[in-house]
Write a protein that binds this ligand. Structure first.
Ligand code: ADP
Ligand code: MG
Length: 348
């Protein structure tokens, strides 16, 4: 998992999420803050009511956990579990961890609900367009190249098998390439939360890249505040502030990770149906769900669907969704009824 590196200084009085990476926050004064790098982005934990003396060991435990997730899930590492599955050309079930089974199962479920728009087998297309470990193309890929890459994709070729001794992953297309990049941050966020629970900590804000999960209260004994950033690179302008109430949130955005090719803006989110980067007016999709993993799956699916279909799906599935669309020179926003329940009035 690898992203463009962008980092903003701590300025806001709340935690900010946005597509692609995480930002600035002092999530409540005097909180104990741990942070580091993983999966080509940043992770951060803010803790309330935890003694400073625990900082070093918690910091180390979190980093170790994330490093081991990355070794399992990253398509940027040739010897990760997922890369070895991708290199394997057979169709025998391959043993995987319960964690990986959870990620793939959730991905397949959301894939189905988004009519295949959220597709973790989209890897060959991601690579073709230069957002995977392969280099950026010098020219727009031809239709023949797109068709060839598309022929190697499809969720119907992948399945998780649960047996008494453990979980397995199986493919029936030798060239299938599974790319878990879009789920990695959400999964890692939940994993950090589980680590905090194991450590007996229940007032925390954890985040990896564009995914966040909070529980309990901040150091001021108030709900953790999470801000959704306005779609501009300029400063940390706040679009909306939410109290997650123990949920996970994730934002996917097309406005940060892109490059220009033949005069066109090429987004890192690919529509598996056309085999091409998305082009519609939706600039970001933010989802709140029970877990950050689930939120991270939906946000990508909604981004691919585009504004109209994303709204319809949010309403149909009762999802808590916040969309930002490009409108002329500016932006407009939309939220589902479920999302409204999380919104805090903006004071600062
Ligand atoms: P964002 O950076 O906007 O938060 P993510 O990092 O969650 O988005 O996901 C983007 C990555 O997901 C891409 O870089 C690519 O590896 C992969 N990807 C692109 N298109 C799709 C898709 N349709 N379904 C699943 N994964 C995708
Ligand atoms: Mg996502």
């Amino acid at each position: 998992m690898k992203k463009n590196w962008l980092y903003f200084p701590v300025v806001a009085a709340f935690f900010m999420v946005s597509g692609c990476d995480q930002h600035n926050q002092s999530a409540g004064d005097s909180a104990l803050v741990l942070e580091g790098r993983t999966m080509g982005t940043f992770w951060r934990i803010s803790l309330a009511g935890v003694d400073e003396s625990r900082k070093e060991s918690l910091q180390k435990a979190a980093q170790q956990l994330l490093d081991s997730d990355d070794r399992e899930l990253s398509t940027w590492k040739d010897d990760s579990v997922i890369s070895r599955f991708n290199q394997y050309r057979g169709s025998e079930p391959q043993p995987i961890s319960d964690n990986m089974a959870d990620i793939v199962t959730m991905s397949l479920r959301i894939g189905q609900k988004t009519a295949g728009k959220m597709d973790i087998t989209v890897g060959p297309l991601v690579n073709l367009w230069g957002f995977g470990p392969a280099k950026q193309p010098l020219a727009t890929p031809s239709q023949a190249q797109i068709d060839a890459a598309r022929a190697l994709t499809g969720l119907q070729h992948l399945r998780v098998i649960q047996r008494s001794e453990g979980a397995y992953l199986q493919k029936d297309l030798p060239g299938l390439y599974v790319d878990l990049s879009t789920m990695g941050e959400g999964f890692a966020t939940d994993h950090l939360a589980r680590l905090m629970e194991k450590e007996g900590i229940n007032n925390y804000l954890v985040s990896v890249g564009g995914a966040v999960l909070t529980r309990g209260k901040n150091a001021e004994d108030k709900p953790w505040k999470v801000a959704i950033q306005k779609p501009t690179d300029k400063e940390n302008a706040v679009q909306a502030v939410v109290d997650l109430q123990g949920h996970g949130i994730s934002t996917s955005g097309s406005y940060r990770n892109y490059y220009e090719l033949d005069g066109k803006r090429i987004s890192h989110i690919i529509d598996p149906t056309t085999g091409r980067p998305i082009q519609h007016k939706l600039v970001s999709a933010t989802v709140i769900a029970t877990t950050a993993l689930e939120a991270d799956g939906w946000d990508t699916g909604l981004m691919v669907l585009g504004e109209e279909q994303a709204k319809a799906l949010a309403l149909r599935e009762n999802l808590a969704v916040y969309l930002i669309e490009k409108q002329g020179d500016g932006f407009s926003s939309w939220m589902s009824p479920q999302f409204k329940a999380f919104i805090l009035p903006q004071q600062e």
